[in-house]
Design a protein around this ligand. Structure first.
Ligand code: ADP
Length: 363
């Protein structure tokens, strides 16, 4: 079965509203790509366009090197798992898993083997004779995954598969999904989620969506260390986003000069400086900022301080402090030049490929 997915300028319109705007994205064979974004950003629509449940107004969808844009869902060779399991309640587990194979007219003996293998792989072999109502939510979701895998798809589409489960089950299932992917290294997985932990845990790369558009795409580390847009910076992890004016060797933030990497083209423009809160340190140093403590939150291993600097709140995540400051205390924090990323205002990934001036480094 061919693997890999390619969106080629895929646009979907509902009742005159563009809900997916010219999406260009490639999922490599064997890759797990997360579609991450807030509710309503077009993630499910993108996935349904691959499944064949949504007809694009423009653009093409490829699975492997096959243009599947005009093909009905059952001829696309995909497995799909949605949030609400969607098992047939009147059928036993084994018949649920066999369903797609029967539809494909796979010979009986082979159906039995494949159902067994799929249930084995998802740890559900002992439940083959049960009905869905006799299973927990997590078990039902395993059956749904077994059913999707039984057809041996080249592409597996997962739409918020864990969001109906409670937090503990969710974390266990995340580990399971990671294991499944290791056992099926050739299957491409498109994983829709609004949960950054799921995306960071499972995905080889993350495509960040907002307002019907692709905002950014990269590995978790790339998006975290070098976000290209303000949206990515604030959606993937936490970020201080400081309004600055770009100078020669740095920027001006509310009258304070800060040394950060810049490029000549940006000189004189306004931009946003992204600094991750855990890279802000206490006390004097390079790029020092002084302000008064507006809020102190104890988070177990860390303290999160909100510091009012020239009308802006700067967040600092510091390893648990023996003596945290009191509200109103005047304190100084700082950050290293290489820990800041300059973002040009109002830029999305589809408009330019070089919008950030950053320094890549391991750490
Ligand atoms: P997400 O998965 O990111 O939450 P969706 O792709 O489900 O977002 O939806 C994107 C937008 O399209 C939303 O504004 C949603 O209301 C709208 N939408 C989704 N499905 C339909 C539909 N069948 N008819 C009309 N509008 C829809």
């Amino acid at each position: 079965m061919s693997s890999g997915i390619r969106f080629d300028r895929v646009t979907v319109v509902y009742g005159g509203t563009t809900v997916l705007d010219s999406l260009d994205l490639t999922v490599e064979p064997g890759e797990v790509m997360a579609l991450l974004g807030p509710s309503g950003s077009g993630k499910t629509t993108a996935l349904r366009a691959v499944a064949g449940f949504v007809r694009p107004a423009a653009g093409r969808v490829f699975i492997g090197d096959r243009d599947v844009t005009g093909l009905p869902p059952h001829r696309r060779g995909i497995g799909m798992v949605v949030q609400q399991y969607a098992l047939f309640p009147h059928m036993r587990v084994e018949d649920n898993v066999a369903f797609g194979l029967k539809a494909q007219k796979v010979p009986r003996g082979e159906i039995r083997d494949r159902v067994e293998a799929a249930l084995e792989m998802t740890g559900m072999a002992a439940y083959a004779r049960r009905h869905p109502r006799e299973l927990s939510g997590g078990q039902q979701q395993r059956v749904a995954i077994a059913r999707a895998l039984a057809i041996r798809p080249g592409v597996l589409l997962l739409d918020e598969p864990l969001s109906a489960l409670d937090a503990r089950l969710r974390s266990g299932m995340l580990t399971e999904l990671a294991r499944l992917h290791r056992e099926l290294p050739d299957v491409s997985i498109l994983y829709v989620t609004h949960d950054q932990v799921e995306a960071l845990t499972l995905a080889d790369r993350i495509a960040v969506m907002d307002k019907a558009r692709l905002q950014d795409v990269g590995t978790a580390r790339e998006l975290y260390r070098e976000p290209r847009t303000e949206f990515t910076a604030s959606f993937v992890g936490n970020a201080n986003l400081l309004p600055v004016t770009v100078g020669t060797d740095g920027v001006d933030f509310a009258g304070t000069g800060l040394t950060v990497p810049t490029d000549d083209a940006a000189r004189g423009t306004t931009a946003t400086l992204c600094v991750r809160p855990h890279l802000v340190g206490l006390g004097a140093g390079p790029n020092a900022l002084t302000g008064s403590v507006a809020e102190v939150q104890w988070r177990g291993a860390t303290h999160r301080l909100y510091i009012e600097v020239a009308g802006h709140r700067v967040m600092a995540d510091l390893r648990e402090l023996r003596q945290p400051p009191a509200l109103g205390d005047k304190i100084t924090v700082h950050f290293a030049p290489e820990d800041a990323v300059l973002l040009r205002a109002g830029v999305t990934a589809q408009e330019t490929t070089v919008s950030a001036v950053g320094v890549s480094r391991d750490g």
